[in-house]
Design a protein around this ligand. Structure first.
Ligand SMILES: [Zn+2]
Length: 490
């Protein structure tokens, strides 16, 4: 049912244009225009708009709360009430009951009063929402203070028990977590190595995927795994209409809560100690640069190599950091799990950097030839063609000399000599030109794009690195036993 509400005060009854009949027919026409016919009129004749209590309005509101009304039409907002607050209260009530609100005066939305009305309406509903939110969050905090988990964050290692709002240990995942702590504390592995090792062993987390580095890091750092959890460590803050960001709460706002422990507190504390140490290593270490980073390929499998540093695993020199180049198949969980890890061992960065640079110096100074290191793949060899053309050139030059001699000795006349010489000269020019082409291709094979002088003059890391970036060959390397070897490839 669609409601029309009309009202006139006693003073207005005298004025034209506001008569009940005028209002009624204008409202009806508005509804008819929208194709709505099930209409019920509510008429307050001789009531002021100042107050909310009016007989017809009261009936309208009770029909509304009974769910009988789908829309309410007024001639203008003044018919609803003369008072903005009352207008807002009523508009809010209509909206909550799911009824549409229509005004006949079409330009009302755009008028100053209309704009004020709708912006106030927006403010009122925002206030309402904030109040609801505040009530829920107060409810949540109360729940948290009773030692209950408020929101299930699906942490690795736990299942959710909805009945008593608490995490329960997932034994399969808990076994992996204990193993991670064991690898970290007793076998000197870093989070990254652990992720790779576990993937290599076929251990999977959720969704049958290998554990990511960030999962392993979280397992090692979260206090919840020794049974101490905190709620309200952070909250979501709305920073603009669409953007939200996570804000860390000060510790006095945290709510401590006990959950089932997967490792002992001592174990967790030992891990935090080690994490702290590793962080220091990482900081001190971030300046380390690798001469061949991004330029190396594994000779065994052809894939690229990565470079990284990690602390020593030896107990007596825990402060030392070792840097390695390593075949990507050994460092990425996805290769490990597909069984594609190759047998190339990690190569110490210092040694390979030094060896490759020394090799370039030897080539630049002429002590060694690039050919010793270069493996030619596809570059064609034109030496046979060059040899044929060289012979042909010799023959033609000989012929030219012969013609000259024959003419001098009067064996041929001038006309014949000239003709013969022209032919020979043409052929010779063709041979010389194609020979030059073959020779320059052959030359390119042997000539690196960096000049020997540049190599010999490069002293700083930057200079060396820039030259290597221009080096026209791939550097392939492999280490199977103690020693590594390397070569250049087209
Ligand atoms: Zn490899």
């Amino acid at each position: 049912m669609h409601a029309i509400y009309v009202r006139v005060s006693t003073e207005e009854q005298a004025l034209s244009g506001y008569s009940l009949d005028d209002q009624l027919s204008a409202c009806r026409n508005r509804l008819f225009a929208m194709g709505l016919h099930d209409i019920q009129a509510y008429i307050d004749d001789g009531y002021s708009g100042e107050f909310i209590e009016r007989p017809a309005l009261d009936r309208l509101r009770s029909d509304l709360s009974a769910g009988l009304i789908h829309s309410i039409t007024f001639y203008d907002p003044d018919r609803m009430s003369r008072n903005l607050t009352v207008q807002l209260v009523l508009a809010d009530e209509f909206e909550k009951a799911g009824a549409n609100l229509y005004f006949v005066t079409g330009d009302y939305d755009a008028s100053p009063e209309g704009r004020l009305f709708f912006s106030m309406k927006g403010a009122v509903s925002a206030y309402e929402k904030a109040k609801v939110r505040e009530r829920t969050s107060r409810g949540r905090r109360a729940k948290a203070k009773m030692g209950k988990i408020v929101l299930n964050a699906h942490p690795f290692g736990y299942n959710w028990n909805a009945e008593n709002s608490m995490y329960m240990i997932n034994e399969r995942e808990a076994a992996i977590i204990r193993r991670i702590y064991d690898m970290y504390l007793n076998h000197g592995m870093g989070a990254r190595t652990i992720a790779i090792e576990l993937a290599g062993l076929g251990v999977t987390g959720r969704n049958n995927r290998p554990l990511s580095l960030s999962t392993v890091s979280r397992v090692l750092s979260k206090e919840m795994y020794c049974g101490q959890h905190y709620l309200y460590k952070q909250r979501v803050k709305k920073v603009s209409q669409t953007k939200r960001e996570i804000v860390h709460n000060p510790p006095e706002l945290w709510i401590p809560i006990q959950i089932p422990a997967i490792v002992s507190r001592e174990t967790w504390l030992a891990a935090q100690d080690q994490l702290q140490k590793n962080k220091k290593f990482a900081k001190r270490n971030s300046k380390r640069e690798y001469l061949l980073r991004g330029l190396l390929h594994c000779s065994l499998c052809g894939r690229s190599m990565t470079a990284y540093g990690r602390p020593s695993m030896r107990k007596n020199s825990p402060d030392k950091i070792y840097h390695y180049y390593s075949c990507i198949t050994k460092e990425s969980g996805s290769y490990a799990i597909s069984g594609e890890r190759c047998n190339c061992r990690r190569i110490p960065v210092d040694e390979l950097d030094e060896a490759v640079w020394q090799c370039l110096l030897d080539i630049a100074s002429g002590r060694r030839s690039l050919d010793e290191y270069l493996i030619k793949n596809i570059t064609p060899d034109y030496s046979a063609e060059i040899e044929v053309l060289n012979k042909k050139q010799t023959v033609l030059r000989q012929k030219r000399a012969d013609i000259t001699r024959w003419y001098r000795d009067n064996l041929i006349d001038a006309e014949t000599a000239e003709k013969e010489l022209q032919t020979v000269q043409k052929e010779l020019a063709a041979v010389i030109s194609s020979l030059a082409g073959f020779q320059s291709s052959q030359e390119k094979i042997k000539k690196p794009a960096i000049s020997p002088a540049e190599v010999l003059n490069a002293k700083s890391f930057e200079e060396k690195r820039n030259l290597l970036l221009k080096f026209p060959y791939q550097i392939h390397t492999v280490r199977l036993a103690e020693d590594f070897e390397f070569c250049f490839k087209d």
